[in-house]
Design a protein around this ligand. Structure first.
Ligand SMILES: Cc1cc2nc3c(=O)[nH]c(=O)nc-3n(C[C@H](O)[C@H](O)[C@H](O)COP(=O)(O)O)c2cc1C
Length: 325
């Protein structure tokens, strides 16, 4: 094993770090890191505080490289002071293969990071990193996918949901909740418009203008929605009962049965809807069978046409409501 014999010989140290870095990150030769790391080496993520050993770091490099096969990294600068070195680097790649169960989006990312390493006896004992696979997902706009890494949290949610009330009690509760109905729309990679009926829409805040919608992962619209940067949310009017039927079904070409147009940000918007917004998707929270998409409203079109009403599995005419004082 070639050790960094003397960390006061800064040129030698810098060359050793650059060589091992390039071999591991750019060629996938992760065993090159053995030349640098002490046997009790630990990497600490400054974001999560998590510690990993060398084999976990190697696995993560290989996973990231397989998810972004065109990944190229550059060590910009290495500063050495005493028994510590700061490594400043950048990396560029395209997310073309799944990473930790997160579907590929085809998006490119350029990111920067700095690693602070501490030497002991000429080997790296500790490395503090500002960037890891989780930060990569954040850079790719998928930061909400933290739970893909935090299976423990997901299991905790399952445990909490397994108690009372039972399914029928929850259904009875939901039947008492009156909503409107939206159609969530997006475009697939090949430009095909896709959409599904959803009453899980809710406004989160006006400032910033955030909204949410929950979509089943088994929905045929889901993969396209997951990859999208934008989605359309169309509030169905009382005259759109048929349109709603189309989007609540699994009919293959739903948009051939309605008239629609592209919104400013490319989302399909259904003509004659009571109101439409286009939303930039900011978060994709994993909730077991569903994903909660949180988005920032980017454009909106509202009419004074009355919306359709949904209660206990039935649709009602929004024009027939009796106001209370
Ligand atoms: C009133 C109503 C509300 C619905 N709300 C949702 C919802 O919030 N999220 C969801 O994933 N599916 C919801 N659905 C079910 C989907 O619209 C339905 O499963 C649809 O067939 C999915 O189509 P797709 O698989 O082609 O995407 C709702 C259906 C109806 C009728």
């Amino acid at each position: 094993m070639q050790q960094v014999q003397n960390f006061h010989d800064t040129d030698h140290v810098k060359t050793a770090i650059r060589d091992a870095w390039t071999a591991a990150w750019d060629q996938g030769e992760v065993d090159a890191l053995d030349a640098l790391a002490a046997s009790d080496y630990q990497r600490i993520s400054t974001q999560s505080g998590e510690a990993s050993g060398l084999s976990a770091v190697k696995d993560e490099i290989l996973e990231i490289r397989s998810a972004l096969p065109d990944l190229t990294t550059t060590v910009e600068r290495i500063l050495i002071e005493g028994d510590q070195a700061a490594i400043y680097w950048n990396a560029t790649g395209t997310f073309t293969q799944p990473l930790n169960g997160v579907p590929a989006t085809g998006r490119s990312v350029t990111t920067h990071g700095s690693n602070l390493v501490t030497f002991q006896d000429g080997l790296i004992l500790r490395e503090e990193v500002t960037w890891d696979a989780r930060a990569l997902l954040s850079d790719l706009g998928l930061n909400s996918l933290k739970s893909a890494f935090e299976t423990h949290d997901v299991e905790t949610v399952t445990d909490n949901l397994s108690g009372q009330p039972v399914r029928e009690a929850l259904k009875a509760f939901n039947r008492q909740f009156i909503t409107g109905v939206t159609v969530i729309t997006t475009v697939d990679e090949d430009g095909t418009p896709r959409g599904l009926a959803a009453n899980s829409y809710n406004s989160i805040s006006l400032d910033p203008p955030l909204v949410l919608v929950c979509v089943m992962k088994s929905s045929s619209t889901y993969p396209a929605l997951f990859r999208s940067q934008y989605m359309g949310i169309n509030i169905m009017s009382s005259d759109q009962r048929d349109t709603l039927g189309v989007f609540a079904s699994k009919t293959p070409d739903k948009f051939s049965q309605v008239t629609w147009h592209h919104g400013q940000f490319g989302s399909p918007l259904i003509d004659d809807s009571a109101a439409c917004v286009e939303v930039e998707i900011k978060e994709r929270f994993q909730a077991m069978t569903h994903t909660v998409f949180v988005g920032r409203v980017r454009s909106s079109e509202a009419t004074d046409v009355d919306p359709i009403i949904y209660k206990a599995g039935q649709f009602f005419d929004g024009r027939d409501l009796t106001p209370l004082d």
